[in-house]
Design a protein around this ligand. Structure first.
Ligand code: CP
Ligand code: NVA
Length: 307
């Protein structure tokens, strides 16, 4: 059975550190032969992307591999071919599959029929590649992970909140999410988060009061109030979130030397202000860069002989 990376807890705490260490080495030494041959990687998108698309294609080339980047909406998948049959066929052509899709159940079904590693490049429920880059960035600025407090503001029921919780506690972070009622994390995700936190010494806490959640935070982060696919879900995705905007007032309530992350794309003036994203606490451009290094490390690790 190949190893997959479908959600953040598919890596143990030790494996996560191993990949982050490799990501740091690849940041210093970008070119290598981990995917020489070339090994082929299918990178498939059913939703828009800038960072994920470019960082995977460039990263695969830098490791000597070959990326086949496809808009999933042009494939037979979803038209008349099942997800499982697609996985069986692609497994005969490529050495790994990276997929951005809608429901997590779709990528779970794909992975169950694939005989090569499958990587989640964002689903409605999780965005685990982004969290590897976020952790690399936090370590770059703070020199450590375990014991730090990270607070996420905004839609805590979305993929980023779920993955920050699950990937963050894996790294031993104290993860807080601050969100209005009705936008709290899925209970089944919190169950997995608490199980993982019990192993690592990390913790997870859900707040409705944004000020209490900001108190003493080492890292502050946010994400779109409307995720891809939610544009017409009939919910008010502006008014409930206004108190959770990451602005200078909120930042003033955090610890000293707090860094600000945002997975991007940013909706300036909505979930984050210009002053903050362009200000001295912002680490978002390093965070975006680290997608490249973290994903290269992940692919090299997954494709290592015998894994
Ligand atoms: N953060 C992120 O995944 O960006 P893209 O949607 O541009 O890939
Ligand atoms: N939550 C956002 C993340 C985009 C990278 C979305 O799913 O649209």
């Amino acid at each position: 059975m190949p190893r997959h990376f479908l959600r953040d807890d598919d890596l143990t705490a030790d494996e996560q550190i191993e990949i982050l260490d490799l990501a740091d080495r690849l940041k210093k030494q970008p070119y290598g032969d981990a995917l020489a041959g070339p090994k082929a990687v299918a990178v498939i998108f059913e939703k828009n992307s800038t960072r994920t698309r470019f960082s995977f294609e460039v990263g695969i080339a830098q490791l000597g591999g070959h990326a086949v980047v496809v808009d999933g909406r042009t494939m037979q998948i979803g038209r008349e071919e099942t997800i499982e049959d697609t996985a069986r066929v692609l497994s005969r052509y490529v050495d790994a599959v990276v997929w951005r899709t809608f429901a997590q159940a779709r990528i779970d079904a794909f992975a169950s029929a694939a005989s090569v590693p499958v990587v989640n490049a964002l689903t409605d429920e999780f965005h685990p590649c982004q969290i590897l880059a976020d952790l690399q960035t936090i370590r770059q600025y703070k020199g450590r992970l375990a014991g730090l407090t990270l607070t996420y503001f905004g839609d805590a029921a979305n993929n980023m909140a779920h993955s920050l919780l699950l990937g963050g506690v894996t790294a031993g972070l104290h993860v807080r999410v601050a969100a209005p009622e009705g936008f709290h994390p899925a209970p089944w995700v919190l169950d997995a988060v608490r199980a993982r936190a019990a192993e690592t010494g990390g913790s997870a806490e859900v707040f409705t009061d944004p000020h209490a959640a900001a108190d003493g935070a080492d890292v502050v982060t946010t994400d779109a109030w409307t995720s891809m696919g939610q544009e017409n879900d009939g919910r008010d995705r502006v008014a409930p979130f206004r108190p959770y905007q990451v602005n200078e007032g909120l930042l003033a309530r955090t610890g000293t030397d707090t860094i600000v992350l945002h997975d991007l794309p940013a909706h300036r003036g909505w979930e984050i202000t210009d002053e903050v994203i362009d200000g001295p606490s912002s680490a978002v451009w390093d965070e975006a860069e680290n997608r490249l290094h973290a994903q290269k490390a992940l692919l090299a690790w997954l494709l290592e002989t015998g894994r």
